[in-house]
Design a protein around this ligand. Structure first.
Ligand code: FAD
Ligand code: DLZ
Ligand code: SF4
Length: 518
C-alpha cells in the first residue's frame, strides 16, 4: 500500500510578498498549498493607518494572482469571505482540515506575537529563517557577542565588507566609511525637486480601498488619495524614479524638513522593501551603480546605502537579539498619555501639527520628522513608551514591529536604556528651527526660552535633562549640556522649569484620549 505524503501548507504573510521567499523555494508546486489570509486580527491588533491596510491587502491579492498564474495552488481568504475565521492561526487550522493535512511551512514572521501564535498551533509547524536580509540571526549574534556596546557604525562596516557595496578591494570607496559630514544641510523650497511618483489605483486596488473604507473607517488616517504601488512592477518604477531623480540630493537633504514638501529627496521605498516587493540588495546595487556611473555624489550613495545595510539590518538584529520583552521596556519610567495632538487635535506647535497632518494624509513622515519632531516631543514630555510604540506601529505605512520597535523604543525613546543609542535624541527648538521652515508659522517663538509664548521644546529640553540627571549626568557626550545649564542664572533656570511644568500640566489637564486614538 502506498501512503500518500500529506501536502504542506505554505503560509505567506502580508509582508512576505517575495517570489524568492524561502518557504516557496522549499515547497513543491505540484502538491503543496499556499495559504494567504486577509484577516481582521492583523488589521486591528493595532489600529493601522487605512493606507497601510490597503497596501498590504492589495499587494497580497496581486501576489496571489501571480502565484496562481505560475501554477501554484493558492488557498486565499478574502476579508469579506463568509467562512473567514479572521486570524492567521485559525485560518491555518481551517485550511489544515480542508486539505487533510497537519503540516505547515512558513517563513519566520517579523513579529514575536505571530511567531508565538504559530508555534502554539496544534500542527507540525516549521519556521524557516527569513533570508531576505543581509545578516542572518547567527551572524548578528556572533557580531554582538562580547561587545560592551552595539554601535551601528561598526556593524555597517561588516555589512559593507560582506556585500562588497562601495568597496575598492578591502577599503571603503572614497577612503572613508561614512560621508555624513557632507550631509544634513537645511533645504529650501525648490520647484525643480522631483516629487515621488504616484500610482493610480487599478481595479484590484480599488476593490480593496472600498473594503478598507467599509471596515476600518474609525482608524486614524486618510485612505484616499491612495498613490502607492501595490505590485513589484510599480515598486521597481518607484525605485528607478528615486535613483534617477532624488538620490543625487538624498545626502544633502536627508535631515531637512519643509512644511510644503513632506518627502523632499527621500526614497519612500520602505513600504515596498518591508512587504517584500523590493529586495534590499537590489536597491543598494542600483544606488551604487548610479554613483559608479557618475550620476550621484558619493555622500548621497553612501548615506543611502548605510540606511539600508546599516540601520535597517542593525535594527532587525537588535529586535531579534533582545527577545519578545523588548517592547515592554521603559528605562526612563515614563508614564504620560500621548497627547491628543498625535491624533490630529489642534496644536499651536507648527512642527508637530505638520508632522501629524502629513502622517494622517500620507501614512508617511521621513526619519527626522519621526525622530526629532514627534519622537523628540514624546520623549521630552515623558510619554509612556508603549503608547508611543503603538502609535508608530499604527500610523506609518512601513511599520512592522521588527523595524518599528527598535527605532521607537530604542533610538527615539531611550526606553531600552541605551542598547540602540548611546544617548537620547533630544533637542530644543533651535535644532528644528535650523533644519526646517516650521518655526516661521508657529504660534510659539523659537527664540524665547520661557513664558507662555516660548517654544515648548526649549523649556521641556532642560526639564528632561534635569529630571534625568542621575542617568545622563555622567555621560561624556551629554556633559557639555549639563555644564551649560549649570552656568545659567538661577532665576532663568527657575523660569525655564516653571514653563516646562506649565506645559506638562496643560497636557495632564487636557481631555484624555483613549490609548489607541480617538
Ligand atoms: P529614506 O530616507 O529614503 O531611507 C532609505 C531606506 O533606508 C528606507 O526606505 C529604510 O528602509 C531604510 N532606513 C532608513 N533609516 C532607517 C532606520 N532608522 N531603521 C531602519 N531602516 C531605515 N522604518 C521602517 O521601515 N519602519 C518603521 O516602522 C519605522 N519606524 C520608525 C520609528 C521611529 C520613531 C523612527 C525615528 C524611525 C522609524 N523608521 C522606520 C526609520 C525611518 O524613519 C524610515 O525607514 C524612513 O523614514 C522610511 O522612509 P524612506 O523610505 O523615504 O526612507
Ligand atoms: C499588516 C498586515 C495587515 C494589515 N493585514 C494582514 C493580513 O490580513 N494578512 C496577513 O497575512 N498579513 C497582514 N499584515 C502583515 C502582518 O501583520 C505581518 O506579517 C506581521 O505583523 C509580521 O510582521
Ligand atoms: Fe516647533 Fe518650537 Fe518651532 Fe514651533 S517654535 S515650530 S514648536 S520648534
Amino acid at each position: 500500500m502506498v501512503t500518500q505524503v500529506k501536502p504542506l501548507l505554505i503560509l505567506i504573510l502580508g509582508d512576505q510578498l517575495s517570489l524568492d521567499l524561502c518557504a516557496l523555494r522549499q515547497a513543491d508546486k505540484a502538491k503543496d498549498i499556499v495559504v494567504m489570509a486577509e484577516v481582521m486580527a492583523e488589521g486591528s491588533y493595532v489600529r493601522h493607518h487605512p493606507q497601510k491596510i490597503a497596501l498590504v491587502l492589495a499587494a497580497m491579492r496581486k501576489f496571489a494572482a501571480k502565484l496562481q498564474a505560475d501554477g501554484w495552488t493558492v488557498a486565499y481568504s478574502r476579508l469579506d469571505d463568509p467562512e473567514n475565521s479572521h486570524s492567521i492561526p485559525s485560518e491555518l487550522l481551517r485550511r489544515a482540515a480542508q486539505f487533510g493535512t497537519d503540516r505547515v511551512l512558513a517563513t519566520r514572521p517579523g513579529e514575536w506575537r505571530l511567531i508565538a501564535a504559530l508555534e502554539d498551533l496544534p500542527l507540525v509547524v516549521t519556521l524557516l529563517e527569513d533570508d531576505r536580509f543581509i545578516a542572518s540571526h547567527a551572524e548578528f549574534e556572533a557580531w554582538a557577542k562580547d561587545r560592551k556596546q552595539l554601535r551601528m557604525e561598526y556593524f555597517y562596516r561588516e555589512m559593507r565588507r560582506k556585500t562588497g557595496l562601495m568597496m575598492e578591494g578591502d577599503k571603503p570607496a572614497g577612503g572613508q566609511w561614512n560621508f555624513d559630514k557632507e550631509n544634513r544641510k537645511p533645504a529650501k523650497p525648490d520647484l525643480l525637486r522631483a516629487k515621488p511618483p504616484r500610482f493610480a489605483p487599478d481595479e484590484t486596488t480599488r476593490a480593496v480601498l472600498a473594503l478598507v473604507a467599509a471596515r476600518f473607517a474609525d482608524h486614524f488616517g486618510r485612505l484616499e488619495p491612495f498613490g502607492w504601488a501595490t505590485d513589484r512592477e510599480g515598486a521597481l518604477l518607484a525605485l528607478r524614479h528615486f535613483i534617477d531623480n532624488a538620490l543625487p540630493r538624498f545626502g544633502d537633504e536627508q535631515d531637512a524638513m519643509l512644511a510644503e514638501d513632506p518627502t523632499l529627496s527621500h526614497s519612500l521605498l520602505s513600504p515596498y522593501l518591508n512587504i517584500g516587493l523590493l529586495n534590499p540588495l537590489e536597491i543598494c546595487r542600483a544606488a551604487e551603480a548610479a554613483w559608479r556611473a557618475g550620476k550621484v555624489p558619493i555622500n548621497a550613495a553612501e548615506g543611502f546605502i548605510r540606511q539600508i545595510i546599516g540601520w535597517r539590518e542593525f535594527m532587525r538584529g537588535i529586535y531579534f537579539l533582545e527577545g519578545p520583552e523588548y517592547t515592554a521596556r521603559n528605562a526612563l519610567g515614563h508614564v504620560r498619555a500621548l497627547p491628543a495632538a498625535y491624533w490630529g487635535a489642534k496644536t499651536g506647535m507648527a512642527c508637530l501639527s505638520a508632522a501629524v497632518a502629513q502622517t494622517r494624509d500620507l501614512a508617511y513622515a521621513h526619519h527626522i520628522q519621526r525622530l526629532m519632531v514627534t519622537g523628540n516631543y514624546a520623549l521630552l514630555i515623558g510619554a509612556d513608551p508603549s503608547l508611543v510604540h503603538d502609535w508608530y506601529l499604527a500610523v506609518y505605512i512601513d511599520a512592522f514591529e521588527w523595524v518599528e520597535a527598535p527605532n521607537t523604543l530604542g533610538m527615539s525613546q531611550f526606553a531600552d536604556g541605551g542598547i540602540v543609542g548611546s544617548k537620547p535624541y533630544v533637542s530644543s527648538g533651535a535644532y528644528i528651527d535650523r533644519m526646517s521652515d516650521y518655526c516661521k508659522s508657529c504660534a510659539y517663538d523659537v527664540r524665547q526660552k520661557h513664558g507662555p509664548k516660548a517654544c515648548p521644546f526649549n523649556a521641556l529640553y532642560w526639564d528632561f535633562l534635569i529630571r534625568h540627571r542621575d542617568r545622563f549626568g555622567g555621560n561624556p557626550r551629554m556633559a557639555p549640556m549639563y555644564r551649560t545649564w549649570d552656568k545659567m542664572a538661577e532665576d532663568h533656570k527657575q523660569a525655564v522649569l516653571a514653563s516646562a511644568a506649565d506645559h506638562l500640566k496643560s497636557l495632564d489637564d487636557a481631555k484624555p484620549t483613549p490609548a489607541q486614538g480617538p
